[in-house]
Design a protein around this ligand. Structure first.
Ligand code: ADP
Length: 478
């Protein structure tokens, strides 16, 4: 219980927060980008207005300077007369100074006869045009000055100042609109980010909750997520994994119960036999017989555990360092090895082998052939025959192990490769069988890209057919 609540804690705090953390980072970044854009737009529109203001005011200043330059005498009367003739010369304030900065004309008449050493005037008296503008309290204040030059000599300057509230209102309106749009965009962004983060973490929580159910052992549970994004894909992957877990868990359970059942029988026999020896007065011959039986059962147990171990070994192995080998010599070796056993049971073995190079581990091939030939002897009848043939058929090497034995009933054929399956348990036990040999053979054959099939007619015989692709050259193997 403590583990569950701890994992819940982990799921709902860790993962949910991370989603909102990502959303917050995203919001902060876009907020910064939008703010920079906002400032840039406001500055650019302001600069645009200043540029147009500058060119208009400088033009007016030059116009006035051109007219004043034509005057023979430069004094308040002559300049006033000239300017009053120029209707286009509208400004909040207009000054005309001589070359020392002494005001000889002032449209407001406040500074005539005084020196006006404003920065723009000083620059103009240096022979340059000058402009400054600033936006303050919803109005634009701009100042421009140009020199009055005659034959290369600076006679004075024209200075103009405008205080434009209409333009100021326009700029303020524009900036307010840009700010409002940015604000609405940011609100929408926050809203969508939060909705998206909530949706994402809700779906994530669903997967986590499912995984906890699976973790508790319910392998039949399925993650059900709609949509077509990575999370849906993740859910499907979890479902596939659970299905595989379920299958292997089933197999494991079946294997453990089968194995314990199979191992129980010889153990029970040993216990029974040893109890009998201890409880009853027996003559030496009977004791020897019982002890021999105990030895046989122990040997069967030994064989069974060895096969079980071999089965777990072949189950786990996936890739092997195979090499091209010619099948015939290995098959001959198996036949040679089992011929004495066959002779004991009055069974003759015939082998007809073509040359077939295949890509396989020699140990694997040996184990396959050994199991099939041994079965062909074990489940044969006295005086029976066993035919081992290896044929090259198209691109395949086809190995057939056919006996004239007892055969397998049709309803057992589909179970023949299952672990611990035996047609006739009593007979199989008598021959030392464990029901694991064919399961091992099939696993090894499939692992080496081969196929195995069985045909059998009851009381007539059985034929196992194993097929591997032929590998003629080293290049083909690559
Ligand atoms: P076992 O160790 O019992 O032989 P196998 O997996 O090799 O285990 O075989 C499973 C069962 O299939 C055997 O118990 C036997 O009943 C049947 N079987 C296998 N080979 C033959 C055969 N050539 N003829 C008849 N029955 C066979």
């Amino acid at each position: 219980m403590a583990i569950i609540s701890e994992s819940e804690h982990r799921v709902f705090r860790g993962y949910t927060n991370s989603q909102f953390r990502y959303a917050a980072i995203y919001i902060i970044i876009t907020l910064a980008v939008l703010s920079v854009l906002n400032i840039y737009c406001a500055e650019s529109t302001q600069n645009l207005f200043f540029q147009s203001k500058e060119s208009a005011m400088i033009e007016k200043c030059y116009l006035a300077a051109d007219e004043i330059m034509k005057l023979d005498v430069l004094n308040t009367a002559t300049v006033t007369a000239t300017i009053s003739r120029m209707d286009s010369l509208t400004a909040t304030r207009l000054l005309v100074t001589d070359q020392t900065g002494l005001v000889i004309y002032d449209s407001t008449a406040a500074d005539t006869g005084r020196y006006a050493l404003l920065p723009e005037i000083l620059r103009a008296l240096d022979g340059n045009r000058a402009f400054t503008g600033n936006y303050h309290d919803g109005a634009i204040q701009s100042r421009a000055a140009t020199p009055i030059i005659s034959y290369g000599i600076t006679l004075g300057c024209v200075y103009m100042m405008e205080y434009d509230t209409a333009l100021g209102v326009l700029i303020q309106g524009l900036q307010t609109n840009i700010f409002r749009i940015t604000f609405v965009l940011e609100i929408l962004l926050i809203l969508f980010s939060v909705i998206f983060a909530m949706r994402f973490s809700r779906r994530m929580r669903k997967i986590m909750a499912s995984m906890r159910i699976i973790q508790q052992g319910d392998y039949t549970h399925k993650v059900s997520l709609g949509g077509h994004d990575e999370l849906t894909f993740l859910g499907q992957e979890v479902n596939d994994l659970t299905e595989r877990l379920n299958t292997s868990e089933d197999k494991r359970r079946r294997f453990v119960s089968d194995a314990s059942h199979e191992l129980k029988t010889p153990l029970a026999s040993i216990k029974l036999l040893s109890d009998s020896i201890l409880q009853y007065d027996m003559d030496m011959d009977t004791v020897r017989e019982f002890v021999t039986d105990i030895g046989n059962e122990a040997e069967r147990l030994n064989r069974m555990t060895a096969k079980l171990l071999s089965l777990t070994k072949v189950d786990g192995v996936v890739a092997q360092d195979c090499e091209i080998i010619h099948m015939a010599p290995t098959i001959e070796r198996v036949v040679r090895m089992l011929t004495p056993q066959a002779s004991q049971q009055d069974i003759t073995i015939q082998a007809e082998l073509d040359d077939c190079p295949v890509l396989i581990l020699e140990d694997d091939l040996y184990q396959i052939v050994f199991n099939l030939v041994e079965n062909g002897i074990k489940y044969n009848i006295a005086g029976g025959q066993l035919r081992v043939t290896l044929r090259r058929e198209g691109d395949n090497a086809v190995l057939r192990v056919a006996d004239t034995g007892m055969g397998i009933p049709a309803d057992s054929l589909s179970h023949i490769f299952e672990r611990f399956f035996r047609v006739d348990k009593a007979r199989s036990r008598a021959t030392g069988g464990s029901g694991l040999g064919l399961a091992i053979v099939r696993t090894i054959v499939q692992r080496n890209r081969g196929e195995i099939t069985v045909d059998s007619v009851l009381d007539q015989g059985t034929c196992f057919t194993v097929t591997f692709p032929i590998f003629d050259t080293e290049e083909a193997a690559e």
